[in-house]
Design a binder for this molecule. Structure first.
Ligand SMILES: Cc1cc2nc3c(=O)[nH]c(=O)nc-3n(C[C@H](O)[C@H](O)[C@H](O)COP(=O)(O)OP(=O)(O)OC[C@H]3O[C@@H](n4cnc5c(N)ncnc54)[C@H](O)[C@@H]3O)c2cc1C
Length: 688
């Protein structure tokens, strides 16, 4: 049992107690399934215990702090967490994530950008000799870096970056310069106060020729942490969220760096200024893959935290009664509340089950890039981009729905839901904006579709092979036949194929027109292209999810067997509950996109109604298990930090205690009274 850290009456709220008695499956087994096995659960708990029992990692509640205090405290905790990871020899990425989440919750700091973006980029793009020089500096904390791509005037369009790096063969140095106000680096996480190095993306010039955008390692602060000569930098100011991060600005005035500070794994500039181009320019873009995988994982984590809070609260909050003169009822009993929350609960489970398999494939593609093999890079980029968009936008929307579903108390920072929202919504834009990333996915899909039309025997990945199957069966009339898992997945695959085929057809028609301009055509189809990319990633998740649940690798809904993620092994009770959640997830997704399926006559209007009624049925089936389903996510109260979502569920006591900690309550009469209210009152009295 994961108990409250706050020393309130430890007895469980009877409403939650009775909810926990209703469950129809073994909670511990479900936790093991979510973690990927019993050993993984034990390991995670061991790591969390290390973090929770270490007093040096404890600290005051940062929600009562000013931005400066928050920044200081979270930096302190993050530094401590890094030191402890070293002390406990935690090197595995999952261990480090579990440890840091237990210390930082959903907050990130300038050091997070160092770990999540700077170091992976440095490793990916530096030569072995460069890494031999630089990694010891990273390991000893002497090099703390940030990733400086975005400029005031240039975000999405990387080729438009203005910062220049001009090679001077006389001194064998690059001269970095910000030629205009729009070229000032902006938004760079960790740059404002934390980092002493920056990976700066700049236009490379050799022999007066522009060689495109390349990465340069620049020391921006000296050993006293003062700006280096020619460098002006600082923090860009308070933001909607993520105020524990020092997003910064940077202006370079003819800053000289040694030739060796250009990252030279792929492109090179020789001493005499000769430019050696990379064998494949796509190699330069591999670095963002891991960052997008990490952001997707964070998005799922925040969905799980939020749904835990709101489900527990919905079971202890009594409001109104269904019939006159009856006792007030739990708000979870209202169908409207279930309609808001149960699809989110089912999504949390769907993402938790499908993500590891997708992640496994993406990680192997990233490792291949590391070895210079870019054959899967195009698809990995397309898949990770769409996945990052889907999961971060869903996460932000779901957290907001969870907050609204808690009524007024959800608006309080003490519920944690506003904090989760503020911290996750930033990731919708950071590391690539929604439409822009989806259009990049669309480019890959359109290319694949065109190739498919040219050859029906082409080799496709496990995630796109459905396009081939649907294409082969394109002349057969199709209709949703039942609501079982296989039929529902077929509906996702059919929808995605038809949307892609429709937009490709429209592009062909527009391209065939006289004097057609391909850029105009692309823009004229971009809304449909974005829609098609989203349908693709939804289809991938649905396909992988059902494959996981099929429990039988022979019944693999992916036609390609390699790489084949392992299927779940679990008891029939757990499988039944997961199957119901999975059906709800799939039905809800299809219901939301029923306009597409009606348009393609795959559904008729009566089926849409049946689909809705089937979802209501599933709400009733899932209802007795909901508290146990969030318990199975196995959060400690110290992860949730929510007055509404503790394991014991004493929300009113927690709320009352939270209010006592308000800084405004430190004095009985606030100085504002003496300074403003009282003199004004006296002024009015004297005039009467
Ligand atoms: C919290 C946070 C942290 C960040 N951290 C970093 C960091 O550490 N390092 C770094 O380098 N950057 C960082 N950024 C910057 C981030 O990567 C950019 O904000 C992002 O890439 C979008 O670029 P932009 O803001 O210039 O938007 P723009 O490119 O100006 O886009 C604005 C809008 O125009 C539309 N649009 C733009 N281009 C197209 C197109 N081709 N097709 C269709 N629509 C389009 C989209 O609707 C988009 O939302 C961070 C941003 C945030 C919010």
């Amino acid at each position: 049992m994961r108990t409250s850290a706050i020393d309130i009456e430890k007895k469980m709220n009877p409403l939650l107690e009775s909810e926990r008695k209703k469950n129809s499956f073994d909670v511990e087994e479900m936790t093991n399934v979510l973690d990927g096995g019993k050993i993984a659960t034990e390991r995670r708990r061991f790591i969390e215990k290390l973090a929770f029992t270490d007093v040096e990692l404890w600290g005051p509640d940062v929600r009562h702090m000013t931005r400066e205090e928050l920044f200081l405290e979270m930096t302190r905790r993050h530094v401590e967490a890094i030191k402890k990871c070293k002390k406990y020899n935690l090197t595995d990425a999952v261990d480090v994530t579990n440890f840091q989440r237990s210390v930082l919750n959903t907050y990130v700091t300038g050091l997070s950008l160092h770990q999540l973006v700077f170091v992976p980029m440095l490793k990916l793009q530096s030569s072995e000799e460069q890494l031999r020089d630089w990694l010891p500096l990273v390991d000893s904390f002497k090099m703390i870096g940030c990733y400086a791509q975005t400029e005031l005037g240039h975000g999405t369009y990387i080729r438009g970056i203005e910062t220049s790096a001009t090679y001077d063969p006389q001194t064998e140095e690059f001269i970095l310069n910000s030629p205009s106000i729009s070229s000032i680096k902006w938004w760079i996480g960790g740059l404002g106060k934390t980092a002493n190095y920056a990976l700066i993306l700049a236009q490379l010039y050799t022999d007066d020729v522009n060689r495109g955008v390349h990465a340069f390692l620049v020391q921006i602060r000296d050993h006293n942490h003062m700006p280096m000569q020619g460098i002006t930098l600082g923090d860009i100011g308070p933001k909607l969220g993520l105020n524990s991060v020092d997003n910064g600005f940077l202006k370079l005035s003819h800053v000289r760096i040694p030739r060796n500070n250009m990252l030279m794994r792929y492109s090179k500039v020789l001493k005499d200024g000769t430019f050696v181009a990379p064998s494949n320019t796509r190699l330069l873009y591999g670095g963002m893959l891991q960052a997008r995988i990490d952001l997707s994982d964070d998005a799922i984590y925040v969905i799980c935290l939020s749904i835990t809070v709101v489900i527990r609260y919905s079971c202890v909050r009594l409001q109104c009664s269904m019939q006159n003169d009856q006792a007030e009822c739990q708000i979870v009993s209202y169908q409207t509340q279930q309609n808001k929350l149960f699809p989110i609960l089912s999504s949390a489970y769907a993402y938790r089950l499908a993500f590891p398999a997708i992640n496994q494939w993406l990680t192997s593609a990233t490792n291949m890039v590391d070895q210079g093999d870019v054959s899967d890079l195009g698809e990995a980029h397309a898949l990770s981009s769409a996945m990052k968009v889907l999961l971060t936008t869903k996460s932000a929307n779901f957290v907001e729905t969870c907050r609204l579903s808690c009524g007024g108390h959800g608006y309080l920072d003490g519920s944690s839901l506003p904090v989760f929202y503020r911290n996750i919504v930033a990731t919708v834009t950071a590391e690539g904006e929604v439409s822009v990333l989806l259009l990049q996915t669309a480019r890959f899909l359109v290319k694949t579709f065109v190739k498919l039309q040219q050859s029906s025997n082409m080799q496709l990945s496990p995630f796109t092979s459905y396009l081939l199957n649907q294409s082969r069966a394109r002349n057969e009339p199709k209709k949703l036949s039942s609501f079982n898992l296989e039929s529902l997945v077929d509906a996702y695959q059919y929808r995605s194929y038809r949307l892609l085929s429709a937009v490709c057809e429209r592009m062909n028609t527009l391209n065939a027109k006289e004097r057609a301009n391909k850029f105009y055509v692309w823009n004229a189809c971009s809304v449909d292209l974005v829609h098609s990319s989203l349908a693709h990633i939804e289809c991938v998740i649905a396909t992988v999810l059902v494959q996981q649940l099929s429990g039988n690798s022979n019944n693999n809904v992916m036609t390609s067997s390699s790489p084949s993620p392992s299927c779940l092994s679990c008891s029939s009770d757990v499988r039944r509950v997961l199957t119901n959640l999975c059906r709800l997830y799939l039905l809800n997704g299809l219901f939301e996109s029923s306009a597409d399926l009606l348009q393609f006559s795959y559904l008729d209007p009566d089926q849409v109604t049946s689909m809705k009624l089937e979802m209501y049925n599933l709400y009733d089936v899932i209802r007795p298990d909901v508290v146990s389903l969030v318990d199975a996510m196995d959060f400690d109260d110290r992860h949730l930090k929510s007055v509404l979502g503790t394991y014991c569920g004493h929300v009113y006591e927690e709320l009352y205690q939270w209010a006592q900690k308000s800084k405004l309550n430190e004095t009985q009469v606030h100085p504002s009274f003496h300074k403003y209210v009282k003199p004004t009152r006296e002024l009015f009295v004297s005039k009467m």
